[in-house]
Design a binder for this molecule. Sequence first.
Ligand code: CUA
Length: 346
Amino acid sequence: MPIDRARGTLEDVMRSVSPALRGALALTLGLGGCAWDAPMSTVAPRSDLARDILHVYGIITWIAVAIALIVGITLAWVIVRFRDRPGAPRMPPQTRGHTALEIGWTIAPAIVLLVIAIPTIQVIFRTQAAPARDALEIRVLGRQWWWEFRYPKLEVVTANELHVPAGRPVALTLDGPDVIHSFWVPVLGGKRDVVPGRLNRLTFTAEVPGEYRGQCAEFCGASHANMGMRVIVDAPDAFARWVAAQKADPAEPAAGPAADGKAIFARSACVGCHTIRGVSGGLLGPDLTTFGSRRTLAAGLLPITVDTVAAWLKDPSTLKPDAKMPALGLTDAQARAIATYLIGLK
Ligand code: CUA
């Protein structure tokens, strides 16, 4: 349809809709963005960093609301007061060079900016300060399209699910080997860009145990939208148990599909990209030593089950466009055997 006609049709449709219905449609669209239990809300902070950012956000929002009210009410008053009426002069009285007004609207915005700037600068300094001495160091690597998390002091490496202890500061160092990504877990804070060749930092203390969703927030290629993550905030003893489990050597799989899966894994191209401690040492893809301890597959794309893992192994690019992992031409039985093996790695 030619653009002119399409526009005409749209205008006809809009004209035929009553103002009340138009208002209802706009309200519905607006309210569509609201939710009580939104997993990625920036207004439900669960860390000191997110709370600090929300504090600044609140100040700016209320100031903006006050300014919008002042401007809106003044505008409405002017429209009503100086509207065209029979016998009214063609031009309302014109004022030029009103000293008090000029000074007023120079000083007022300056005060507004000052009120915004002081807490903003305070929070910038606080969030950029050197991490506490007892902070847990974690190296975050953003990769197309998954996240690697390394705990250098604990000698733990994992992917896509970041475990942190509640109540203890964590000091993230962000970097990546390929393109720019952005680490963002709304309820815990962020965003912080992950820039190749540059070390960015992010420090926060998670307050409440739970599972929090995160997402790469910088367009980084075909599967940017599929570059999710989870942060699992553990109570301190649960975190210690998780670390111990991550460090333990993987158990030998039981005879049957799991043992078959291990054998297929060990003789296929998998070993070139993935590490499983004691089996392989590839570094291009996620470390799979404790794959079965994770809740999701492929950067939060799917829950981990034999079916989903086998489907992923057979054809990664169908589930995640442009995935770097190639399809290896596995049969159904081979894919299910490897899936069973990997899920047993806890
Ligand atoms: Cu990584 Cu977007």
